[in-house]
Design a protein around this ligand. Structure first.
Ligand code: GLU
Length: 552
C-alpha cells in the first residue's frame, strides 16, 4: 500500500485505538440461533419521542423477540446541537410505559451488552479505524473546503443548472495528492473526511428491501461527508459501521432514509461487508379533511407519546392499535383469538405496509374500548391511579385509598360474553366514574319534564322504605316495578304508549328518578350494579340528600 496513504489515514483519523481487523475480533458475530434477528432502535436524543418511534420500536421488538434474537438500543448522539439532557432516559421510560423492553444497549443508565459502548460519541475510535481503512483503500479522502467554498460551488451549480453536491468535477480535493493533504493537515487546516464515491450516475443497482421488495436505484455519486471537522461521524457513516459491528441483521428505519440508501449500500461495499436487510417503514399519515398527510409535530399533538400518557391510554390499547397498523392481518387474528396475548401473533416484517400507515384516533379509541373491556377490573384501577399520579394529583389521595371501591366500580358490566365498553382512556374514565365519589359527585342532569317533584318524592320515599342492599337483581327490580305500580307507573312501557292517559308513566320513569338521585345523571350503567358497588350507606345517603336538596 502507498505509504503516504497510510500516513494520511493516521493523521486524518487520529482517534483510532485499534485496527479495523481488531474490531472484527472485539465484536464477533453473534451467537444467536439461525434465522434469529438482531434489530436496533437508533434514536437521536432530541427529547421528542413520537408515535413513529414507538411504531418502529414495536416492529423491531416483535421481529427480534419472535425469532429469539436481540433488540438493541443505540443512541445516535452525533449531533450535539440537537441533544437534550435526559432524553435517553425519557425515551427508555416512554417505551417501557408501552411495554417495549430492550435486551441490550444503552439501557439502565449504562451500556448492557458485549457490543458497546452504545452511544455513538463513545465509539469515535471505531469510526476512525473504519475511516482509516477507507482512506488507505482509496475510498475516502480529506476535504479542506471551507463553508464559503462550498457555498460558492453551490451557487455555480445552481447557475449552471447542475445537481447540487460534492462530486466529480466539483469535488475539489478528491484527487489531491496524499503528500499535499498530509502537509495541509500538519499545517493545522480544518478538514472533513469524505467518501470517494466510485458510483456512476448513469448506472443503477438493485436491492431487496425487507418491506418493499426489490428496489432499483441510481448509484450514488456524491462524496458525502463521513467524519465532520470535529472528528465525529455523520449518520451515514456511523450507522454503517455500527450496524456491521453490532452484527445487526435487519435495519428497520423510516422511509426518509430511502433517498440516501445508495450511499449506505456503497459504503458497505467499500468495506466489503455484507449489509443487513434494509427495511424502510412507512411514514405515519393521517387524514386531514379529504387529504392524507404526514403526522406533524406542530399540528398533531397525537404524534407525541406524551399525549397518550397524559390522557391515560392503557399502553396495551395503543400497542394493540399499532399492531393493526404494522401488519394488516392483525385485526383478523385478534378477532379469531380474543384471549391470546399480542406476543403470540406471528408478526412478519415483510407484511408491513409500504405506503403511509394511516393513523386514526377514532380507530384507536375503538380498539381501546375493546381492549379495556377484556382487562380485569383491577387493571383499570391501576391505570386510573397511575394516570392520576401523573395528570390529576388532586384526585390521587381519594383514588389511592379507594382501590377496593375502584375494583368494584370497574367490575360493573364486565361479566358475561358482552362486557360493557364504556372506557377509552383514564381522563375519560375518571369523568365517567367520578359520580361514585362523594368528593366529585354533582347533579349533572335534572328531573325529566314528565316527572313532577311530588311524584319523584313519593317514589324515592317508597324506594327507601323497601330498599334492601341484600336483594338480588331480580328481587330488586321486582320491588321497583311494584313501587311504580303503587304510584301509577305501569310496568310495561308498551302499555303506557298504548294508553298514556291511564298512567303517570312507566317503570323506566321510576328507575330514571332513582338513577338521577344516585348518580346525578340521566345515563349510567345498571342501577342495581351501581348500588352494589356504592354500598348501602352511600345509596341511602344519596337518596336522602336528593330529597332534601331538590324535593323537600
Ligand atoms: N438516528 C436516526 C434517526 O433518529 C436513526 C435512523 C435509523 O434507524 O437508522 O432518525
Amino acid at each position: 500500500m502507498d505509504s503516504d496513504l497510510k500516513e494520511l489515514a493516521r493523521l486524518a483519523c487520529p482517534a483510532a485505538e485499534f485496527g479495523l481487523d481488531d474490531y472484527e475480533g472485539i465484536y464477533p458475530p453473534r451467537h444467536i440461533p439461525y434465522g434469529a434477528k438482531a434489530t436496533r432502535l437508533a434514536p437521536s436524543p432530541t427529547g421528542f419521542i413520537h408515535l413513529g418511534n414507538l411504531y418502529g420500536a414495536l416492529a423491531d421488538e416483535r421481529a427480534a423477540k419472535q425469532s429469539n434474537g436481540v433488540f438493541i438500543l443505540r443512541v445516535e448522539d452525533t449531533d450535539d446541537k440537537r441533544e437534550v439532557a435526559g432524553a435517553v432516559e425519557m425515551l427508555i421510560d416512554s417505551l417501557l410505559y408501552f411495554g417495549v423492553v430492550f435486551d441490550e444497549g444503552e439501557i439502565s443508565g449504562g451500556g448492557i451488552g458485549e457490543y458497546g459502548p452504545y452511544r455513538q460519541r463513545q465509539r469515535v475510535s471505531l469510526y476512525h479505524a473504519a475511516a482509516r481503512r477507507l482512506i488507505e483503500n482509496g475510498y475516502a479522502y480529506p476535504c479542506f473546503c471551507s463553508p464559503e467554498d462550498l457555498a460558492q460551488t453551490r451557487a455555480k451549480q445552481q447557475e449552471l443548472k447542475q445537481n447540487p453536491g460534492y462530486y466529480g468535477i466539483w469535488a475539489t480535493h478528491r484527487d489531491l495528492p496524499s503528500n499535499e493533504a498530509i502537509e495541509l493537515i500538519k499545517a493545522g487546516n480544518p478538514f472533513v473526511i469524505r467518501l470517494k464515491s466510485y458510483g456512476d450516475s448513469s448506472k443503477y443497482f438493485s436491492i431487496e428491501d425487507g418491506i418493499r421488495g426489490k428496489l432499483t436505484m441510481p448509484q450514488n455519486t456524491n462524496d458525502i461527508v463521513l467524519l465532520k471537522a470535529n472528528g465525529i461521524p455523520t449518520y451515514h457513516f456511523a450507522h454503517v459501521v455500527d450496524d456491521h459491528f453490532m452484527r445487526i441483521t435487519h435495519i428497520l428505519r423510516g422511509e426518509e432514509w430511502l433517498s440516501t440508501l445508495p450511499v449506505h449500500v456503497q459504503l458497505f461495499e467499500a468495506f466489503e461487508w455484507d449489509h443487513p436487510v434494509f427495511c424502510h417503514t412507512a411514514l405515519m399519515m393521517k387524514m386531514d379533511g379529504p387529504t392524507k398527510r404526514k403526522l406533524s409535530k406542530r399540528l398533531d399533538p397525537e404524534l407525541s407519546l406524551e399525549f397518550y400518557k397524559d390522557l391515560g391510554y392503557h399502553p396495551l390499547a395503543v400497542k394493540e392499535y399499532l399492531m393493526s397498523l404494522l401488519n394488516s392481518g392483525y385485526e383478523e387474528w385478534r378477532i379469531a383469538n380474543p384471549g391470546l396475548p399480542l406476543e403470540e401473533y406471528p408478526f412478519d416484517i415483510s407484511n408491513m405496509g409500504s405506503t403511509g400507515a394511516l393513523f386514526d384516533l377514532d380507530k384507536l379509541n375503538d380498539v381501546s374500548k375493546n381492549t379495556l373491556a377484556t382487562l380485569p377490573a383491577g387493571d383499570l384501577s391501576e391505570l386510573l391511579v397511575s394516570w392520576a399520579k401523573r395528570a390529576n394529583p388532586d384526585s390521587i389521595k381519594i383514588l389511592e385509598s379507594s382501590k377496593g371501591y375502584l375494583d368494584k366500580i370497574f367490575a360493573i358490566g364486565r361479566e358475561g360474553a358482552n362486557p360493557r365498553k364504556d372506557y377509552v382512556y383514564a381522563t375519560q374514565i375518571f369523568e365517567f366514574i367520578k359520580f361514585f365519589f362523594d368528593e366529585y359527585f354533582e347533579m349533572e342532569d335534572g328531573l325529566a319534564g314528565n316527572m313532577p317533584k311530588q311524584n319523584a318524592l313519593a317514589l324515592l320515599m317508597g324506594y327507601l322504605e323497601t330498599y334492601d342492599f341484600n336483594d338480588g337483581k331480580d328481587q330488586w327490580f321486582k320491588k321497583v316495578v311494584e313501587l311504580g305500580e303503587a304510584n301509577g307507573y305501569v310496568a310495561k312501557p308498551k302499555e303506557y304508549k298504548k294508553n298514556p292517559d291511564a298512567y303517570n308513566g312507566h317503570v323506566g320513569d321510576v328507575s330514571a328518578v332513582i338513577r338521577l338521585a344516585l348518580t346525578g345523571r340521566k345515563h349510567s350503567p345498571d342501577i342495581w350494579e351501581v348500588s352494589q358497588a356504592m354500598g348501602k350507606d352511600r345509596v341511602v345517603g344519596r337518596i336522602n340528600s336528593f330529597i332534601d336538596k331538590y324535593l323537600a
